[in-house]
Design a protein around this ligand. Structure first.
Ligand code: ATP
Length: 237
């Protein structure tokens, strides 16, 4: 299988602080991959580096094209959507306005209307609340809106930073089920960064483990879930 995203020897810096130390991994088209790691391991920085939001060196190729030197906006235009930690919905706008804003770079009006309907199929609760201000939604609903808004770009690759953060386990399960459906049915390749290793490994087909800015383990999600070190360090049994 050809890799959709190829990252080689990625190093990233916040001023004098080096956060990534030669990280390499790849994503296959159509896959649902999780990047696991403890607090501060460099998960968020990896996603930020792909989107060119942090100073980095190394090679990142998306569908055969180098991303280095491209602005964040141009990375988005190539088909990469980023859902940052903390969701970032427009709280004073309605649910539907948020979805429309997600499609702001598109000019196929009919396609946009159809995609909003598709988002309401994936997330019926957003349909129920489509006239409600985003700021009045629960945490789980806001996370769903953030994902739906990112999908309005029709990305080929979606990067999700810690989608389970602050959500009740039942809500996380619901959200992850929908992510699986989006991956399979809408053919969106997904990279999800998670501290909740157990749920992420149930969702993903492939997993990488990151420690202090380097990939230290990779394999199928099942292999990683059965690895003794992973079980001790990340799964707690
Ligand atoms: P978390 O789950 O806590 O977000 P993470 O795995 O996503 O952890 P990063 O946020 O990528 O980790 O952080 C990687 C390293 O870079 C850490 O050592 C962190 O202290 C450092 N770092 C992150 N952001 C900054 C910043 N703005 N300025 C300086 N150092 C930073």
């Amino acid at each position: 299988m050809t890799a959709m995203l190829n990252i080689k020897d990625l190093r990233a810096y916040y001023g004098q602080v080096q956060a990534l130390h030669g990280l390499s991994f790849s994503l296959n088209e159509g896959s649902l991959t999780t990047l696991l790691g403890a607090n501060g391991a460099g998960k968020t920085t990896t996603l930020r580096a792909i989107c060119n939001m942090v100073r980095s060196t190394g090679a990142i190729e998306f569908e055969g094209k180098p991303l280095s030197g491209k602005s964040t906006e141009n990375v988005v235009r190539l088909g990469i959507a980023h859902v940052p930690q903390g969701r970032g919905t427009f709280t004073t706008m309605t649910v539907e306005e948020n979805l429309q804003l997600g499609a702001i770079t598109r000019n196929d009006k009919k396609g946009v209307v159809a995609d909003i309907e598709r988002m309401y199929e994936h997330f019926p609760v957003l349909k129920e609340r489509h006239t409600q201000q985003a700021g009045t939604l629960s945490g789980g609903e806001q996370q769903m809106l953030a994902v739906a808004r990112a999908l309005m770009l029709r990305p080929r690759l979606m990067l999700l930073d810690e989608p389970s953060f602050g959500l009740a386990p039942l809500i996380v399960r619901e959200l992850f089920k929908i992510l699986g459906k989006i991956n399979r049915e809408d053919k969106v390749t997904i990279l999800v960064v998670e501290q909740n290793a157990q749920l992420a490994l149930e969702l993903a087909d492939k997993a990488y483990v990151i420690e202090t800015g380097r990939i230290v383990m990779s394999g199928s999600a099942a292999e990683i879930a059965n690895n003794e070190d992973v079980r001790k360090s990340y799964l707690g049994y």
